[in-house]
Design a binder for this molecule. Sequence first.
Ligand code: PMP
Length: 443
Amino acid sequence: MAYNDFDTGNHWLPFTPNRHFKKEPRVFVAADGMHFTTHDGRQVVDGISSLWCVGAGHNRKPINEAIKKQLDTLDYATAFNAANDQAFLAAQKIAAMAPGDLNKVLFCNSGSEAADTSMKVALAYHRARGEGHRNIFIGRERGYHGVGFGGMSVGGIPANRKVYGTALLPRVDHMRFIHDPANAYIHNQEPVSQEDYLLELEQRILPLHSPENVAAIIVEPVAGSAGWYLPPKGYLKRLREICDKHGILLIFDEVITGFGRMGTSFGADFYGVVPDMLNFAKCVTNGVIPLGGVICRDKLYDTMMKTDAPEHVIEFFHGYTYSGHPVSCAAAIATLDLYQKEGLFPRAGEMGKVLGDAFHSTFKGLPNVVGIRSLGLAAAVELAPIAGLPGKRAYDIYLDCFRKGALVRPAGDVVVIAPPYVVEKSHIDQLVNTLADSIRQHA
Ligand code: PMP
């Protein structure tokens, strides 16, 4: 099938340089296991779980069957003033996997909606406790929390923000980024840093806004979209302590780290820190169908239920038409069962070590390689930017890898590989060798 069959001129591609895409289209028409088939009949190995989504690999029958069965049973039902059985079952399963008393699941459809939802829960919770003045949010430089106005405002990737300028939320600040240049090479372990990345939070940001005005701090346990930057040892634990000290809610955006990427159910488990809210999406349904959500600690729900308003009054004015969609929830149940049945989270942890070893033994010393980071089933190689053209080297390398049959992810001047948890060593060898060839060719 020719690309022209798809090129009706109507599809505006998201997060894609559209002008270049037209010159060199990359269109998927099928996928199975670790591979895609493209419109021109080529096989491409999926080195990035599509967008960090496909933990169990593509075209998994138990998930597909669950979706088909659900379609024939209850295709859709209103989410407001009523519910569906699959949403209850999925919430129960997700809460059972979550650490601590993260027990109440508010469903939405994406990571962006999860970010905005968690921020709104934070505001509503503080208001319900008589602390409505707590309305400042703190994110982190180079954080990514999707494209809603809330998530974009606390997000800190300059290219995502610059178009919107002052239209973003005003009552937001950003902590400094967590990357210590002394830790350019991180090999399957948590970095240890002499830098105190939270000193600025305590000494500048909190005094500036007054801690009692801060509603929540939101971070990704590992900065995924920025290029797999790992928090220094102890960072998240201390962040938890600071939040507790000042009554600030801590939100973990686990859209990437949730459901297995770190070899554990959540990044929260990996780092031994329980946030007040945990945002998820992507791997919860193996990427097959949209579903996102926020897992909230009991105290958030309980506080909002303790109201003097009459019983017919909604306690939290928020929700989406497709919140807890029965087909998405059925897919989530089947996906989480499959991860468990096949032991895919521990497998992700094991294969992550293989991936990290391959990165360090293959890329160290190649031209323009200035850093390598691996932990969990994801690894990043950082490249020296081309002067005046940030991001071009990694993008060119991404294109070249695609031509050679490997899907990798450019993020600024970083290239990331984060394959499905079912990945075999042979796929890792193919991905890493292809990427090494391309790095050499773009010297
Ligand atoms: N948060 C994080 C940490 C993400 O990585 C992403 C997507 N890459 C999002 C939020 C946004 O998710 P979505 O694209 O589903 O809106």
